[in-house]
Design a binder for this molecule. Structure first.
Ligand code: ME8
Length: 528
């Protein structure tokens, strides 16, 4: 059977500043999906990168008395470093100042222009521009005369621009969205997008006359391509548009992308981008998932409020895996939510130190101490199977029961569904509530540090069950916390070659061979 393919992208981030946890949030989510698909054996292309042109970057560079290129080089490096520290395993990091991207953009713009016969025409733009958004705004969109996102009055500009015939493509884009041929999720964001069509959308400017930091239009070198128009093209330039047709066909045409982003940039991705692609004769994007915007302690994250959280600080304090966990666990991915960073310590201790970490360490300690570090014989003949089909462990009349292949399968089934629905917080919760918590409770109730003396047969049964649950849990957390998963497999004595693909074999109950020598290792999550 041919391998399935999965092409996932994050927005490319502005380099006017260093990364903050908003950038980390989307990128971690994309990484979880990429890793999940790799575990399932799919061929994955995971794209992220930096958006380096435009007035916003040029202005920041000027304020810092640097050249735009210098600022881009410095901050792009910071994004790369932050993603490395967060254990983000991307396939390609694009920078829009890359020569390859510039060439692809020139080809794309030329296609739209078609020697003046295409979908671009010359005009004069007179109106408002918010540099923070890098977006043209209408009076209607302002609140008290200010941009609602940046709380600053936009600049009035009048300049010669080239315009894109968006209106010509609106009916087609709308229909594609309605029919889910461009699948926009969650459902409320699809509705929000369709609402934009009702409010009215107009042709928009695709170039800037006064901005110098950008990619010149191939047909008029006195203008640079509007930063949003070229930034969107990263999704095709990175996979060979204009220079590697075979790769481009493979990833864009045959596979199709899943674009991940927050709702701040919905219009660009859900309306402008499909229209530009159709005008250039290319396929529109396959799927767009728009996640929520989070606040920090109820406030918008902003420099002036001094509440911007640097992912580096979180990684330093909690490590990469726990940072990934804490960010995704806060609220459902598709909804807005609030992050209470001062609660991170509490959650770290409850879920990771006392929950996951404690489970692994106490089970392994018991096996080291009372069974010569060996996985005991498997015997699940008397297991109580929970009727709901969920994984639960129960102790009845002092006998441990309650976990079998089918019940483990129940958790796997739900996990797969939730991850594919982008419901990461619920997926994490399932692992915590259905797997980790019941195991810890069983240990508390059955006191195996005492029963090894009095009833070794029940003790072995319990220990095998717990070790096997830990093996399953190691797989379940693998996309979220890859380092911890590696460490668990190492401690369970699972050889490296058996750690790559999740399949019927690795997922079945009883995959941990009795007699395997376990190696007690470091504490996974030392308590805060
Ligand atoms: O918009 N909550 O770049 P950007 C959730 N360069 N996600 C957040 C967030 C928050 N509070 N803050 C930021 C741009 N994000 C353009 C994109 S793509 C062709 C060009 C995340 O640096 C979220 O993914 O402003 C959001 O869409 C993105 O960062 C905006 O990043």
């Amino acid at each position: 059977m041919a391998k399935k393919r999965f092409y996932i992208t994050t927005p490319i981030y502005y380099v006017n500043d260093k990364p903050h946890i908003g950038h980390a949030y989307t990128t971690i989510a994309a990484d979880v999906l990429a890793r999940w698909h790799r575990l399932e054996g799919d061929e994955v292309f995971f794209l992220t990168g930096t958006d380096e042109h435009g007035a916003k970057v040029a202005q920041s560079a000027e304020e810092l008395k640097k050249t735009p290129q210098q600022l881009c080089d410095e901050n792009s490096k910071k994004f790369k470093q932050a993603f490395k520290n967060l254990n983000i395993d991307y396939s390609y990091f694009i920078r829009t100042t890359d020569q390859r991207h510039k060439e692809a953009v020139a080809k794309f713009m030329q296609k739209l222009w078609k020697n003046g016969e295409g979908d671009i025409y010359e005009g004069t733009y007179e109106g408002l521009y918010c540099t923070g958004c890098e977006n043209f705004l209408t009076e209607k969109e302002l609140i008290d005369g200010k941009c609602p996102n940046h709380l600053k009055a936009p600049e009035k500009i009048k300049e010669k621009n080239y315009f894109f015939k968006l209106e010509k493509y609106l009916p087609q884009v709308r229909e594609l969205i309605e029919k889910d041929e461009i699948k926009i999720r969650p459902e409320d964001k699809k509705k929000e997008t369709l609402g934009l069509f009702k409010q009215g959308l107009e042709d928009f400017s695709v170039s800037r006359e006064r901005v110098k930091w950008g990619i010149p239009l191939p047909f008029d070198q006195s203008q640079v391509t509007y930063v949003w128009v070229e930034a969107l093209q990263n999704y095709i330039s990175a996979i060979g548009y204009g220079d590697n047709q075979k790769e481009f066909e493979k990833w864009w045409v045959e596979t199709g992308p899943l674009h991940l982003m927050a709702k701040d940039i919905l219009k660009f991705h859900c309306v402008y981008w499909p229209a530009l692609l159709l005008a250039a004769g290319e396929k529109p994007p396959k799927e767009i998932f728009v996640h929520g915007f989070f606040t920090i302690n109820g406030q918008k994250m902003s420099k002036s409020l001094g509440n911007v959280i640097d992912p580096e600080e979180l990684v330093k304090k909690y490590g990469a895996d726990a940072t990934r966990y804490l960010l995704l666990a806060q609220f459902p991915f598709g909804q807005d939510g609030d992050i209470k960073a001062e609660k991170f310590d509490e959650q770290f201790n409850a879920d990771l130190a006392n929950g996951l970490g404690n489970l692994v360490s106490r089970v392994l300690n018991l096996v080291v101490k009372y069974n010569e570090s060996k996985v005991p014989e498997r015997d699940d003949s008397t297991f109580f199977v929970d009727k709901t089909g969920m994984m639960t462990i129960s102790v009845k009349n002092g006998i441990v029961g309650g976990l079998s292949g089918t019940t483990a399968g129940g958790v796997w089934y739900m996990l797969d569904k939730l991850i594919n629905r982008f419901d990461f917080s619920a997926a994490i919760d399932i692992i915590m509530q259905r797997v980790i918590k019941p195991c810890n409770q069983v240990i508390d109730n059955s006191k195996p540090w005492e029963t090894w003396k009095t009833d070794k047969a029940s003790w072995e049964k319990l220990m095998y069950t717990l070790l096997e649950v830990i093996r399953h849990m190691g797989w379940m957390i693998r996309p979220f916390m890859p380092n911890t998963s590696d460490e668990i497999f190492k401690q369970l004595g699972i050889p490296k070659e058996g750690q790559k693909i999740l399949n019927a074999e690795t997922m079945k109950w009883g995959g941990l061979p009795p007699g395997t020598k376990i190696k007690k290792g470091k504490i996974l999550f030392p308590r805060m």
